[in-house]
Design a protein around this ligand. Structure first.
Ligand SMILES: [Zn+2]
Length: 209
């Protein structure tokens, strides 16, 4: 599906992103034994003794955490119902996801709002959260996460009118570098949300409540 999506980062800069053909859906598997070794190596590299009491089980716990994160199964995300087009905006907000920044391998947390205008199909409400979680469970950057969520909602519901707003808190910002808490907001607007200021405003009002 070819969509013209416009993405705003930090609310006022606009960028055009090349659209990847589709989102990868297969669940990846981790190399668990490699993770175990790496966990141990990491402790050594940090100047720790992997044999000391508190750390003995740490490589295993660390490997388990990565396995759980990467091998996350969102369940069925594609249950749709038929609809008669009414031009109404359907909006789901307050979805909270956790992901890992691919630049620093440090976690970030996003609050996600998704809106769309159904044309043929409506998506069950719980599926929005599943889609957001599915795409957050991989190494990500916030802008790409928003874009992939928009593409996936568009693909499944077969409508070009999709809006996604993410507010993210990044530990690579709060724990290193400038060491300051901050919220980064990014948005993806496609179809009518991109073309019509009225629809965009209506969506932004809906998620502001
Ligand atoms: Zn980062």
């Amino acid at each position: 599906m070819s969509l013209n999506m416009e993405q705003g980062v930090n609310a006022n800069e606009n960028h055009h992103f090349p659209l990847p053909d589709s989102v990868t859906h297969s669940i990846r598997r981790v190399d668990y034994s490699r993770l175990l070794n790496l966990g141990r190596e990491l402790l050594v590299a940090l100047g720790e003794d992997p044999e000391r009491e508190g750390l003995r089980e740490t490589p295993r716990r660390w490997a388990d955490a990565w396995k759980e994160f990467i091998e996350y199964n969102p369940g069925n995300t594609e249950t749709c119902f038929n609809t008669i087009s009414s031009g109404q905006i359907v909006c789901v907000s307050g979805i909270r996801v956790a992901s890992y920044c691919e630049h620093h391998l440090m976690p970030f947390w996003c609050t996600v709002a998704i809106g769309y205008i159904p044309e043929k199909k409506v998506l069950g409400l719980s599926k929005f959260a599943r889609i957001a979680h599915q795409l957050a469970h991989r190494l990500q950057i916030q802008e790409q996460l928003g874009l992939q969520i928009a593409q996936e909602v568009s693909r499944i519901t077969e409508t070009p009118h999709v809006a996604v707003v993410l507010s993210g808190e990044h530990s690579c910002m709060t724990m290193r570098g400038i060491n300051t808490p901050g919220v980064m907001t990014s948005s993806v607007m496609s179809g009518l949300f991109q073309d019509s200021g009225e629809k965009r405003l209506e969506f932004l009002k809906l998620i502001d409540r």
